[in-house]
Structure formats: structure tokens, C-alpha cells
Write a protein that binds this ligand. Sequence first.
Ligand SMILES: [Ca+2]
Ligand SMILES: [Ca+2]
Length: 366
Amino acid sequence: MISRIVSSLFRSASSKKSSHRRPVEPLESRMLFAIAEATSIITDNRGETQITFNNALDPATVKSSTVQIHTAGADDVFGTADDVKIDGIVRLKTGNRRIWWRPRVPVPFAAGTTFSVKVSSKSVKSATGERIDGEFNGPGLQTGDGVAGGDLLLLSKRDKGTVPVARFSTVLGNIDVNLDTVNTPLTYGNFLHYANNGLWDYTYFHRNVPGFVIQGGGFNASLTDNTATGLTEIPTIAPVQNEFHTSNTRGTIAMAKLGGDPNSATDQWFFNLGDNSSNLDGQNGGFTVFGTVKNAGGLAVMDQLAALTVKDLTTIANSDGNITGAMDSAPVVNPGATAATLAPLTDLAIVRRVAILNKVVAFPLP
Ligand SMILES: [Ca+2]
Ligand SMILES: [Ca+2]
């Protein structure tokens, strides 16, 4: 993209030189010298979309009418009249450089459904008033018509590779996890049930044992009742057969289970903070490692979560003994949090969302 802008500059300069009497058209330069272009696009299989620009955008121009997500409709073809617009909420974050779209309904369509993303260049402007440049030349993808300007238009598709990536969006940042579909297929299927139905949205890490594990997946916080009373157990399905294969080393994630019952894992998982292989590989049939933290950034977030203050919150006002009993070593982001005054959404180590990252491809399909 930079080279394209540079060549535009040269073209303008030379035409100006060859015809002194004709001024450069101001409208044309506004189009060609677009100062806001997308540098990163992240989408997940339940529709959440984050588009980061190199420069700030005008917040007044970023709204549900100018950032649109569609599914293909009955004809299964994008760009036709029956495409279905998905109702969403649009925010502008990160110094007004990141468009953050999420569906208003947590699971608006079957997880994995391909959807299109359109950011209107007629409407969305940079903070200084220029139209955006709809070309995208970011990692793994080039899309657009090769001419600066125009709508930013993409398709987001299910990643059909053998190592799909789950993103755990936590209060302290994202942890991307490479999922093992080959050695732990049943556990992977179980994982998809909870992730794809949004059941892990607004859950929290309820147990932190520094140097050992940090555990979550079992309980969630209410968006409408920010007190201990609002905490609930997430509904579980039948336990999954144990599939121990990979060692419980640092940066792996494994299923939690009941003592003395190897085949009892349902919705709770834990990150191994250190090398727990000598303990967890042999105990209770071995704990099933089903994924590995993908990169150093994710490990850093994991370690930051593990460094949070730990509180005994077993006396919170909640009638569910499974919840209170599990919170004897609960990490809190608010060091002043107490069992008596607990405000889960602001005090606990919330996991805002767990979803599988999608692939972004050019629109229309090649
Ligand atoms: Ca269609
Ligand atoms: Ca273009």
C-alpha cells in the first residue's frame, strides 16, 4: 500500500510539472491520499470482528449503517439481494483506530457460518476527514481492486485447518490457543459445544494456584446483576471420555475433572503455569491436554493472570455451594475485592469471550 501511495504522489507531481496552469483537483487528491487503511483484521466464528487502522477514524462515521456484516442468505451467494444483514453493535476503540463489531445477539447464526464484512468508504472517514482506503494488504491476505479507495470488503470463513485457534479474550488480554483436533477429537468436539454456544462468555477464572494452574470455564457472571448473587453455573452436557495424550507442560491447557473419575470432564479447563507433567500426566488417568498457548503474548497474559491477588471468596452471598466452594483461591483484578462486597464484572478475572478465530479471505471468493 505504501508503494501505491508513493507512486500516486509521483504521478501527481509529474502531471503538475507538465501542466503548470492546471491546478491539481483537490477532490482527487483527497481520494488518492487516503490516510486511513486497515492494517489488521481479526474475526471469529461467531461474528465478532475487529479491524485496526493505521490512523484514527472519525467516531461519528463509524456506526451500524457504515460497518455491515451479512450472511449469504438462501442462495448461498454473497452480494445478492437476499443477503442477510446481522444486527450488531459497533464501537471504535484503541485511540479510535480499531473498529470493533459484535453481534447484538451473542450467537446470531450457527457458529462457522461464512459472513461478509463491509466498511463503507463513502461514509467512514479518518479523523481528519478523508475517506478510508478500502485496500487491504495485511498479513495473509490482499484484497481490493488495486486502486486506493473504495469499500473495505472481505469474507470471514471457518478455518478448516487441523489446528484451529481458540481465542480466550480475558480482562488482561487475549490468549490464543492452538487446539489439538488430531489426538483429542472428543475433547475438541466438547470444547466446540461450549465455545460455539457462547457458554464461556463472561465466565471467570475461579481458581489460581501460582506456579501450578489457573482454572476457569465453570461459572459465569451476570451482565445485569453485578453482585455475587448473579454468579451461576453454566449448563453442562454429558462428560467427555478421557483422551490423555500430551504432557501437562507449561503453556498447555487441559480439562479439569472429578477426583477418581478419569471420564468426568465437562466445562472446566485449566492452564498449566509450569511443568506439571510428573503430577498430572499420571493422576486420574492423566489430564487431557487439548491445546497449547500459541505465542509469547498469550503466555504473558497467562502469567499476568496467575500473578493476580488471590482471595478466599467462599463466603460470598450465593446459594450455590458448587460456586462458593470452588472459590477458595479466586484471582481478583481489584485487590480491594472482598467476599462481602464482590462485584464480579469489575473484581474477578473475567473471560469475556471464547471463540474460534476465522480465516479472512478476499470478497468475492476467487
Ligand atoms: Ca445471497
Ligand atoms: Ca480500491
